[in-house]
Design a protein around this ligand. Structure first.
Ligand SMILES: *Cc1c(COP(=O)(O)O)cnc(C)c1O
Length: 338
């Protein structure tokens, strides 16, 4: 029985063609700067987003950390959503390693930050305060695509106050595919962008930090400093190239599968799908309280994995879940609650 794993889009396994690309990758020593496959991946990513340069790193936590360390110094501050991954789920790395203070701001229901609120929280030039240097946004945000005009307004705001603008784009291409705007348009307002290759794109490891050449040069110093310099990393970069060339357009399928999962679950008594729809490849669902652990045990017996410790339960589609898996999931939920 094939497992239907809806816990995250990080669970995908590399298929045969990707493994072949990895096995056949030409490699060098990337710390010496002569791994041709890493060089090719970085050039490809920079070009796709319309920026000058890119840096391959081990994880999205690391690329976001490198962005913080590069944009901000000790006792500087960055503005960030209260529910943002960078603030909430990255171990406080900016504080631990950079002495950088976050200023969290409550996210609006659609995932945006109220820019008037953001502007009020930029600190005046007065030694009582940390120096505000950076605004961090996240797109997609819990599956939601941020509107392009909002990104443009955020750019204007940071320009008025001489701040930098970073994007945690762990699922950047889900946003691009869903929004019909090009990758370069969505990237344009930002000074730096972090992209995960190992989420819906399906690579086993790796993230990219993308920006202008001077920024990436400085970020590369920090990558070495945090122990992130890798050697024959062309083996991993080959998977990155493979997914950028083959797995972007197909994200559409994940979004369709998530939508049919949302519709199927919404038709079951006692199940409430948040905002009545999927957000790109994610569905957030409230199941009857008190039945959550029973439900996840029942699903597991049917080969379906979910993380259902509390409501809302997040279900995530990806390239290892097909339409048949979605039908089986809806049927198993119906069987348990019916
Ligand atoms: C997964 C993720 C990251 C980075 O996570 P890693 O597991 O360190 O690669 C960053 N931001 C968001 C929104 C994410 O979902």
């Amino acid at each position: 029985m094939k497992t239907i794993d809806l816990r995250s889009d990080t669970v995908t396994r590399p298929g045969e063609a990707m493994r072949r690309a990895m096995a056949e990758a030409e490699v060098g020593d990337d710390v010496f700067g002569d791994d041709p496959t890493v060089i090719r991946l970085e050039a490809l990513a920079a070009e796709m987003l319309g920026k000058e340069a890119a840096l391959f790193a081990s994880s999205g936590t690391q690329t976001n950390l490198l962005a913080l360390l590069t944009h901000c110094g000790r006792a500087d501050e960055y503005l960030v959503g209260q529910k943002a991954h960078t603030y909430l789920y990255e171990g406080g790395g900016g504080a631990a390693l950079g002495g950088i203070q976050p200023q969290p701001i409550e996210n609006e229901a659609d995932g945006t930050l109220d820019l008037a609120k953001v502007e009020r929280l930029i600190k005046p030039d007065d030694f009582h305060f940390a120096r505000t240097r950076l605004l961090c946004l996240e797109n997609t945000f819990y599956g939601r695509v941020l509107p392009l005009d909002y990104l443009g307004r955020a750019r204007k705001l940071v320009d008025r106050h001489s701040l930098q603008l970073h994007l945690d784009g762990a699922r950047f291409f889900n946003a691009a595919v869903e929004s019909s705007h090009s990758a370069t348009e969505i990237a344009a307002p930002f000074d730096s962008i972090s992209i995960c290759l190992s989420k819906g794109l399906g690579a086993p490891v790796g993230s990219l930090l993308i920006g202008d050449a001077d920024f990436i040069k400085e970020a590369k110093r920090w990558r070495k400093c945090v122990g992130g310099g890798m050697r024959q990393s062309g083996i991993l970069a080959a998977a990155g190239i493979y997914v950028l060339e083959n797995h972007i357009d197909r994200l559409e399928e994940d979004h369709e599968n998530a939508q049919s999962l949302a519709e199927g679950l919404a038709s079951i008594d006692g199940v409430k799908v948040n905002s009545n729809a999927a957000h790109t490849n994610m569905v957030f669902v409230d199941f009857p309280e008190g039945r959550l652990s029973g439900l996840s045990d029942h699903l597991e017996k049917n080969g379906i994995l979910v993380l259902a410790d509390y409501n809302p339960v997040r279900l995530v589609t990806h390239l290892d879940v097909d339409a048949d898996g979605i039908d089986k999931t809806v049927a198993a939920v119906k069987e348990f609650l019916g």
